[in-house]
Design a protein around this ligand. Structure first.
Ligand code: SAH
Length: 364
């Protein structure tokens, strides 16, 4: 049976990872231990509603059952070390650097909005895409994350930042390219949706991609109405290819076409992310080209003034220039907003804390 993160065999003496285990698997694993369905539901409630990850602390579970559970299962968020945490001065943004049991470090960000809490999770340790502006690219791809590892990021933020309240939105916009980790991504989204887990509507989830066309097509056929975000950053192949090497494989026309089809099939408006970089992609002609490209599709453009990153000379354009860029899009019939900056004092843009962690390790 496919158990998500748990592809090793308990009969050979390994412990199974219980966190993020699919319902069928959990049913089988718990009944194998001779425990009842009632126990199973208790465990699930502790794991996902109460954010308790130590069987001994599950107060309505008999000590002998807790001991049995501990012998058979591990609980990922309890095994993950919080290597770093930062809270923005205004308290609205938090960032965790999470150390996984194999020593990898990943980042997750939580944001408090007026409508609730959103969390931003990483889908890979590192990233292979090599975007010129992105801190996650600096160290290459290490490995895909499992669905449980993605869920654990949300769980740790829920416990340590949100105070156990409900997560309202999830964006897969941290380090990594989620559509190159497709199966685990979908399992993660389905877990989030599960009423026994976090009970989050698919419409409140966003998957952000650099434009992996086959992945976009596959997601469109998945019949889960998540929001697709496409990191575009330039309206022409020459410039986009310089910023994002993936553009050599998946050209702009094909990406926009796949995204438009996604919008048609799911009825969901696609978000285009557009980092605004001074004197690189922020000119009036570029805005016009961008507008032409997107004019006839169901979309909105999210303008993100670039966060300067170490070793690169990119800068944010000034406020006036940013507003002019947005106005040009609006004038041409394309919805556009500037992303509200949150947590810039904690370097909430993905990869930056991890990058510093890795280079500090390298110095040791
Ligand atoms: N691979 C996916 C998910 C990674 S998140 C994708 O490409 O969409 C990518 C997003 O991170 C970008 O669209 C941008 O919103 C943000 N980002 C990356 N580097 C940034 C930087 N230097 N400043 C601001 N935002 C950045």
């Amino acid at each position: 049976m496919f158990c998500g993160a748990n592809d090793y065999n308990n009969d050979e003496g390994y412990k199974l990872e219980i966190f993020g285990m699919t319902e069928d698997c959990l049913r089988e694993a718990v009944s194998k231990l001779g425990l009842s369905a009632f126990r199973r539901r208790q465990i699930v409630r502790w794991l996902y509603k109460a954010d308790v990850w130590d069987f001994a602390a599950m107060t309505d579970i008999a000590a002998k059952d807790a001991a049995l559970l501990r012998e058979k299962f591990t609980v990922l968020p309890a095994r993950a070390n919080i290597l770093g945490r930062k809270l923005s001065k205004d308290g609205l943004a938090a960032k965790l650097l999470v150390g996984l049991p194999d020593g990898q470090a990943i980042e997750a960000v939580g944001l408090r909005h007026d409508y609730g809490y959103s969390v931003c999770v990483s889908s890979q340790a590192g990233c292979a895409m090599g975007c010129a502006f992105c801190a996650s690219a600096a160290h290459g791809l290490i490995r895909n994350l499992t669905a449980a590892e993605m869920l654990a990021q949300a769980a740790l933020l829920k416990k340590h930042f949100i105070g156990g309240a409900n997560i309202s939105n999830v964006v897969v916009m941290g380090s990594g390219e989620p559509l190159l980790n497709y199966e685990q991504l979908i399992m993660f989204l389905r877990l989030l949706h599960d009423p026994a887990v976090y009970n989050i509507g698919f419409r409140n989830m966003t998957v952000s991609t650099c434009g992996i066309i086959p992945g976009i097509n596959r997601l469109a056929a998945e019949k889960i109405p998540v929001t697709l975000a496409v990191s575009l950053h330039a309206p022409e192949d020459g410039l986009r290819g310089e910023l994002m090497p993936v553009n050599r494989k998946y050209k702009i026309a094909g990406v926009v076409e796949a995204a438009a089809r996604y919008a048609e099939i799911t009825g969901r408006r696609v978000t285009y992310e557009y980092l605004l970089i001074k004197d690189v992609n922020d000119g009036a002609r570029t805005a016009e080209k961008l507008a032409k490209l997107l004019q006839s599709t169901l979309c909105a453009v999210n303008i993100i003034p670039v966060n300067p990153i170490k070793g690169k000379s990119w800068q944010k354009p000034g406020k006036k220039r940013t507003e002019k860029f947005v106005a040009a899009l609006l004038a041409n019939g394309v919805t556009a907003t500037v992303r509200k900056e949150m947590g810039s004092d904690i370097q909430a843009a993905c990869g930056q804390l991890r990058a510093r962690y890795i280079s500090s390790q390298a110095r040791l």
